[in-house]
Design a protein around this ligand. Sequence first.
Ligand code: NAD
Ligand code: DAU
Length: 361
Amino acid sequence: MVTGGAGFIGANFVHYWMEQHPNDLVLVVDALTYAGNLANLDPVQQHPNFLFVQANICDTSKMEQLLREHQLDTIVHLAAESHVDRSITGPDAFLETNIIGTHSLLKAARQVWITEGRCAQHRFHHVSTDEVYGTLEPDDPAFTENTPYAPNSPYAASKAASDHLVRAYHHTYGLQVTTSNCSNNYGPYHFPEKLIPLIITNILADQPLPVYGDGKQVRDWLYVTDHARGIEKVLLQGQVGENYNIGGHNEWQNIDIVQYICREMDSAFAADPTLQERYSQAASAIAGESARLITYAKDRPGHDRRYAIDAHKSGQELGYRPLESFETGIRKTLHWYLQHPQWWQSVMDGSYREWIAKQYA
Ligand code: NAD
Ligand code: DAU
């Protein structure tokens, strides 16, 4: 069971897993909130071992029924409200899905796997974030698995609570859990309200590129397929009851990223004249001046200054290291958005919701 499999990381994880493990049954459970998009699962829809169920993880009896009916022995739990800005304007949904929803799933897993004794060997893998550790100063050492939790946004606090519940279900009930805490992901199918896809799509629409505050906040960027590989490593080699940090070895200031994407986009337009026809509204990129769209905006309240992952444990215990550099990952990402305008345009004009509604009418 992959929860949140119609979202950004979930979908990329499912694509990766089904390619690497084509004989495994993969059942995606997703409520299809604004962040869920069935088009993200197009590459696997026809796979004979793929199933999709629209359901809310807060529905414990439905989760139990699915675990029983399909004899599932592994949950990869990605379903969440994931956008920090939305958690600032409306925290309730974050508490509901990230805390109550995770608890609902833990209860279902305990009931079916332990109380009913259906799976002696089972695994509940919880996908979490580096934001639970709080914020770093420029010279602070990076977050390790032993860094005390100090979440600063409602999103981070709700993820921290979910991490603690997962831990408690292991210690109290013997549920076989692992948790991974990952840094900022980027790549295909990234919802265009997060920084990197927002910058790409705004350049193509010749819209302002909003940089919060002074733009010197630092994030550690990881290509999404590298995250999928990290989760695979934890599932196959990780120790039950353990947490693993997964990072990109790739710290960048936001303003540097925005400028880098502007340069890459200018080069892409200069190298391929067909882009000018396909994206005729991208006047600044066509002129080789995407950076003129950069606009400093009001800072995010409580904005964490720096995140950085110390990934020694996953490196030493699991042999994990990301394969993509930022340069190769951004190029792939940019190329994907340039090749899939119908995907991001349908997200931006809202028509992907109408299509989903029709599927379930
Ligand atoms: P996303 O917002 O793109 O996708 C979340 C998915 O969960 C959507 O498909 C949505 O429909 C589904 N969902 C939401 N509420 C649900 C509910 N109650 N029941 C069932 N499904 C529900 O998120 P993402 O960026 O892909 O993140 C996935 C996970 O990875 C999250 O747990 C997030 O905290 C974690 N994470 C994300 C990043 C990142 O950079 N994006 C980094 C570290 C960890
Ligand atoms: O660190 C992992 C986290 O990364 C995940 O747990 C979250 O689910 C994920 O959304 C992401 O959180 P961030 O807040 O870091 O991502 P976001 O893309 O929203 O912002 C990245 C940085 O860019 C952050 O410092 C805020 C800044 N920003 C963001 C937006 C949307 C801007 O300067 N301008 C913007 O318009």
